[in-house]
Design a protein around this ligand. Structure first.
Ligand code: PLP
Length: 433
């Protein structure tokens, strides 16, 4: 076996055996390709040189309680001592978790667990096509629903590719891309027009009710209601992808905030505070089509679905979220950031708007709050990425990739927000110099 020379650095060793040295295309961050993480606790993580970073990236969203929360870590350790995986039957924990999600999420009459959000959105579209016998899926420019082919297009698109089909990967069959219609977010007329033309062939509409994969576009009520009304009128399945918004923005998800109830809901991330989880739930007549039910036709499987350690993490997370003022805390800190950051940036003379919801915030370098993806094309990408690189140099970690959102957790404090405001002012000033 080839052993690394003792002097070989960890990033060099990583790049020799892992393509690019990281395990996700989303971790391939220019300027940070040598980052080796060694530990995370509360609102911080540390690299292998012992540098501490206050973490606003939050692994794209899961650790709402903060990293390595003692209650979650304790529950996982206890589960690990008792049970790993049997792959047959069901555990008491899975029943309790399903009961909890059904109780919390308005659209969920039944729920199935997966290991990732991508699996949940994949199965949502498969069952929608199965029950309707239709071909087309509607998604919106700027929304991300995972890595599978039907939704792997038109997430973050260059200006010249907006309005066309813009796959995020090669290797996707053209006929799969043809079967996905891409519409504009917050454009109810566009939705009505698409249904007028293709309604009889639309199996599903899938949407991030708040498109956080481009930072934050707040949905207009008429838009979400139009999705509901058009799907109902044409017999199409409405899927809210609440992988980010579910739990983080409230225990009832965005459907609880907006009152618009989809047919199916996908979840993940914050449910288990950092352990690999996904969930798909919704109307009983749709969920009962999955082959977990004897004789049902829509194949559903996954070796690690409902893994005891993940289920223990989710139960401990949801218990804590219900027992302690987690949402109150993160919402208050989020309000502080959104209220105070514009005042910090105004004297610098740079066009900037701060938006978000609850624990999520993002600063765009443009004049007006965006309503649609097209509005985001005005964002100054160089500033957006540049000031964040300078923040990272100061030990404040906002992911230096264009349009990425930032997250607060229960472990962040007012002192952290004070430091964030100071560091942002300094970083933007340096970037402008
Ligand atoms: N849906 C949304 C809204 C997401 O943000 C993500 C991941 O970022 C996914 C689905 C896919 O989830 P996963 O990465 O767990 O497969």
């Amino acid at each position: 076996m080839q052993q690394p020379a003792p002097s070989t650095s960890l990033p060099e060793r990583a790049r020799r055996v892992i393509p690019g040295g990281v395990n996700s295309g989303q971790r391939n961050v220019p300027g940070l390709t040598d980052l080796v993480i060694s530990r995370a606790q509360g609102a911080s993580f540390w690299d292998s040189d012992g540098r501490q970073y206050t973490d606003y990236h939050a692994a794209f969203g899961p650790p709402l309680l903060g990293h390595n929360d003692p209650d979650v870590a304790g529950a996982v350790a206890e589960a690990g001592r008792k049970l790993d995986l049997c792959g047959v039957g069901v555990t008491e924990g899975e029943i309790e978790l399903a009961e909890t999600l059904v109780e919390l999420i308005p659209s969920m009459e039944r729920v199935l667990l997966t290991s990732t959000g991508s699996e949940a959105t994949f199965h949502a579209l498969r069952v929608a096509r199965a029950v309707t016998g239709r071909r087309l899926v509607v998604k919106f420019q700027g929304c991300y629903h995972g890595w599978h082919d039907s939704v792997s297009l038109n997430v973050i698109s260059a200006p010249e590719r907006v309005g066309g089909k813009d796959p995020i990967s090669t290797g996707i069959l053209p006929e799969v891309l043809d079967a996905t219609l891409v519409l504009r977010f917050n454009d109810p007329d566009g939705v009505r027009a698409a249904f007028a033309e293709h309604g009889a062939d639309i199996a599903a509409v899938i949407v991030e009710p708040v498109p956080h994969n481009v930072g934050c576009l707040l949905p207009e009520q008429e838009f979400l209601q139009t999705l509901r009304d058009e799907c109902t009128a044409h017999g199409s399945v409405l899927v809210f992808d609440e992988v980010i918004t579910g739990i983080r923005h409230g225990l009832a998800g965005w459907q609880g905030v907006s009152g618009v109830v989809p047919d199916l809901t996908t979840m993940g991330k914050a449910i288990a505070n950092g352990y690999p989880v996904g969930a798909l739930g919704g109307r009983a007549d749709l969920m009962d089509q999955f082959s977990s039910r004897p004789g049902a036709p829509v194949f559903f499987a996954g070796t690690y679905n409902g893994h005891p350690a993940v289920v223990a993490a989710a139960l401990a997370t949801l218990r804590k979220l219900r027992a302690e003022p987690v949402h109150e805390h993160v919402f208050r800190l989020g309000e502080r950031v959104r209220a105070e950051l514009p005042g910090v940036l105004a004297p610098l003379g740079v066009p900037a708007v701060v938006t978000g919801y609850g624990s999520v915030f993002v600063t765009y370098f443009m004049d007006e709050l965006p309503r649609t993806y097209e509005d985001l094309l005005a964002n100054d990408t160089g500033m957006f990425v540049g000031y964040r690189r300078r923040m990272v140099d100061q030990g404040i970690f906002e992911l230096p990739l264009n349009l990425k959102r930032s997250h607060l957790s229960y472990a962040h404090t007012d002192a952290d927000v004070d430091r964030l405001l100071e560091a942002t002012e300094r970083a933007v000033r340096e970037q402008l110099a």
